[in-house]
Design a protein around this ligand. Structure first.
Ligand code: TIU
Length: 226
């Protein structure tokens, strides 16, 4: 069985049952003028993972392995937006308001779409999710079950919010998850650091972490078997 050099110990998987998950690589979270910036976040802290995710996507595509993309967003009538989420914090702009990139976090609006570097291909699965947990009110579990995917390589933003929530919920459902250390970022570097440490603590209580190079070199070997 192939394995990826990882913490807290090597991550074993099967090429027929692994997928790359790219969480919320959306303009509103990553680009100037978006929702995240309106909340006062420093975008420079979340942009380093963009080229890393692009490399992983290219490698998974070369190996014809599945890629799943998520976007956090809501229906135009806000029917899937809990009042608690709408009113949380004190942003200059709220979900559903008109911003420089259309209505904030509304499905189909320009700001909600994926950044160019990490855009899905038309044949890749895209999940529009109203929560932080990718399983909440989506077809994620059904899709993974149907495709017999049991191991998830997890990337995206932000590490301690949608990425960590999704990884914990996948772990509870029996998926083996490996979080890519340089393929995820947070507006708060100390939260990213703490999340990476906390998922592998206690013998991998939530899963594994590794550097993108460990995955890229393993996939390169798969492409050119000796
Ligand atoms: N995708 C995701 O993590 N959504 C967030 O709202 N994250 C924040 O860190 N705000």
């Amino acid at each position: 069985m192939p394995f990826i050099d990882a913490k807290p110990f090597p991550f074993q998987f099967d090429f027929d049952h692994i997928a790359l998950v790219c969480i919320d690589m959306q303009r509103d979270f990553l680009l100037p003028g978006g929702f995240a910036e309106s909340l006062g976040n420093n975008l420079k802290n979340v942009q380093p993972c963009i080229p890393v995710i692009a490399k992983l996507q290219a490698a998974f595509r070369r190996c014809k392995l599945p890629i799943i993309h998520t976007k956090e967003c809501h229906q135009p009538d806000l029917s899937d937006l809990p009042t608690a989420k709408l009113n949380r914090g004190n942003p200059k702009q709220k979900i559903g308001d008109f911003g420089p990139m259309g209505r904030i976090l509304i499905d189909g609006e320009p700001g909600t779409e994926f950044i160019a570097e990490n855009e899905p291909r038309e044949y890749e699965h895209v999940i529009a999710k109203p929560g932080k947990d990718t399983f909440y009110r989506t077809d994620f579990d059904e899709y993974l079950t149907r495709r017999k995917i049991s191991s998830l390589v997890i990337t995206g933003v932000t590490t301690e919010v949608c990425v960590q929530t999704t990884m914990r919920c996948a772990n509870d459902r029996g998926y083996d998850c490996i979080l890519v250390e340089d393929g995820t970022d947070s507006y708060f570097p100390e939260f990213k650091e703490a999340t990476l440490k906390s998922v592998v603590a206690q013998g991998g209580i939530v899963g594994w972490t590794c550097k993108s190079d460990a995955i890229l070199s393993m996939l390169a070997k798969e492409q050119s078997p000796v």
